[in-house]
Ligand binder design. Structure first.
Ligand code: FES
Length: 182
């Protein structure tokens, strides 16, 4: 990879991020986002750039980057499918959805299709357990209550350039409390 660097604009953004936190260490998560937005991933060289920019040990930045599946440690496909196989999703067919997608795309979890369109990751709970099984597209859109048909439709739409709508979740108890307060 060629010599990496942040632009002056990005460095200004990083300074603003640092100013929000009592310690530089605490800014690591957000600065990794800046780096991932720029390079599409945070491979070791990118982690090194973040460490040097923040004047932090490379081991610290690596520890943070490697803990979260949201940070891509290698080049990924255009669409990253984070399939939840944590308990609720697992009980509701998360592994069946994962294996179905693997079969459809001809790759295993952790791999990227040859055309660079799709990567699949097996991830821990994404906080949508009541809508299991579910997956997330590229750290953003949630697709809930998956079936194999719904997964097929998702792949077809993404291939044709159509992002699905984010399927937001209702929180009934909170809604009731809010209604009572109004
Ligand atoms: S177990 Fe899948 S979202 Fe929580």
């Amino acid at each position: 990879m060629a010599e990496l660097s942040f632009t002056q604009e990005e460095l200004d953004e990083i300074e603003k991020i640092k100013a929000k936190f009592p310690t530089v260490k605490a800014a690591t998560l957000q600065v990794l986002w800046v780096a991932q937005r720029k390079y599409g991933h945070v491979e070791p060289e990118v982690q090194q750039l973040v460490a040097e920019t923040l004047d932090l040990p490379a081991a610290h930045v690596h520890g943070v980057a490697s803990f979260y599946t949201q940070y891509y440690k290698e080049e990924m496909g255009k669409f990253v499918l984070d399939v939840c196989t944590c308990l609720s999703c697992q009980l509701c067919g998360g592994y069946e959805i994962l294996h179905h997608l693997e079969d459809e795309l001809g790759i295993k979890a952790g791999e990227t299709t040859d055309d660079g369109m799709f990567s699949i990751q097996e991830v821990e709970c994404l906080g949508a357990c009541g809508y299991a099984p579910m997956l997330q597209v590229t750290n953003g859109v949630y697709v809930n209550n998956l079936t194999e048909e719904k997964a097929d439709e998702l792949i077809k739409n993404l291939r044709e350039g159509r992002m699905p709508e984010f399927e937001s979740m209702q929180m009934p108890k909170l809604e009731k409390r809010n209604q009572a307060a109004s």
